[in-house]
Design a protein around this ligand. Structure first.
Ligand code: CTP
Ligand code: MG
Length: 235
C-alpha cells in the first residue's frame, strides 16, 4: 500500500523576532491567522491525507481563532525548540498509532504560510520517486554573492563560492520512523532543520527546487510581503 503523506506543522514558537504581542502564527494576514493559511493550504491538496499541528501546552490562542478541517488535529506537545516540538509531535503520533512508521511526514513551519501548491506538488512528486527513502526538502539555489566576515568586525575576509549551495526551506519530508529515529539521536539545541538530523545518520536527502514566495515570517517587514503573496496566488 502507498504510504500516506502527513503534514506536521510546528506552531509552538513564541515569534520573538516578529515582535507582535501574540505568537506570529496567530497574527492576522488578510484577516486570517497565519497558521490558518498554512493549515488551509495543506487541506487544499488532495495528496495530503492528514494534518497534525503542534502547539505549546500553554497555548492560549489556538482554540479561539483556528478552525480545523476534518483531516486535521492539534497536539499540545510543543517543546523548547523547533526540533523538540517536532520530536514530541512525531512520538505522540507514532505511539498513539495515529500514523504508520512507513508514512511520509512533511514537516512544514507554520510560519511559512505562502507555500505555493506547485512547489508542494514538486516535493510530493520527488518523494514518489524516492525509492531509497532518503527523504527530500524544498530549497533554493543561492543567488547572491556570499561574503564571510572577519571574526571581530564586519569586514570582508573572503568571498565564499555559491557553487552547490542551497537555502533550505520547508516542507522537509521523511519516512516517519526514520525522522523519529534521527531526532532521538540529535542534539535539539544544535539542529535548525529536520534534514540536519537525517544528515547526521549519513543519509543524503534530495534537494527539490522550492519557491521564492515560500518565505518564513520572521521579522515585522515580512508580513507585507507575505500578504502580497497570499493576495496574488498564481496556482
Ligand atoms: N517552533 C515550534 N516550537 C518551538 C520553536 C519554534 O514549534 N519551540 C515553530 C514556530 O512556531 C515556527 C517554526 O517552528 O512555525 C519555525 O521557527 P521560527 O521561525 O524560529 O519561529 P519562532 O521560534 O516562533 O520565532 P523566533 O525564533 O523569532 O522566536
Ligand atoms: Mg525560533
Amino acid at each position: 500500500m502507498k504510504p500516506h503523506n502527513i503534514a506536521l506543522l510546528p506552531a509552538a514558537g513564541v515569534g520573538s523576532r516578529f515582535g507582535a504581542n501574540i505568537p506570529k502564527q496567530y497574527a492576522r494576514l488578510l484577516n486570517k491567522p497565519v497558521l490558518q493559511h498554512t493549515i488551509d493550504l495543506f487541506a487544499a491538496n488532495p495528496r495530503i491525507s492528514q494534518i497534525a499541528v503542534v502547539v505549546s501546552p500553554n497555548d492560549e490562542w489556538f482554540d479561539d481563532c483556528i478552525a480545523l478541517p476534518p483531516q486535521a488535529a492539534v497536539y499540545r506537545v510543543g517543546g523548547n525548540s523547533r526540533a523538540e516540538s517536532i520530536a514530541n509531535g512525531l512520538t505522540y503520533l507514532l505511539h498513539h498509532k495515529m500514523i504508520d512508521e512507513t508514512d511520509t511526514v512533511l514537516v512544514h513551519d507554520a510560519a511559512r504560510c505562502c507555500l505555493p501548491q506547485t512547489a508542494l506538488n514538486r516535493l510530493l512528486d520527488a518523494l514518489e520517486q524516492d525509492h531509497e527513502n532518503r527523504g527530500a526538502i524544498l530549497a533554493i539555489p543561492v543567488a547572491d554573492t556570499l561574503k564571510r566576515q572577519t571574526p571581530n568586525a564586519p569586514h570582508i575576509a573572503h568571498t565564499v563560492s555559491r557553487e552547490y549551495l542551497w537555502q533550505a526551506q520547508t516542507p522537509q519530508a521523511f519516512q516517519a520512523a526514520l525522522l523519529h529515529h534521527a531526532l532521538q539521536q540529535a542534539d535539539w539545541t544544535q539542529i535548525t532543520d529536520d534534514a540536519s538530523a537525517i544528515e547526521l545518520l549519513g543519509i543524503q536527502p534530495i534537494l527539490v527546487e522550492g519557491d521564492s514566495r515560500n518565505i518564513k515570517l520572521t521579522r515585522p517587514d515580512d508580513a507585507r510581503l507575505a500578504a502580497y503573496f497570499l493576495q496574488n496566488p498564481d496556482n
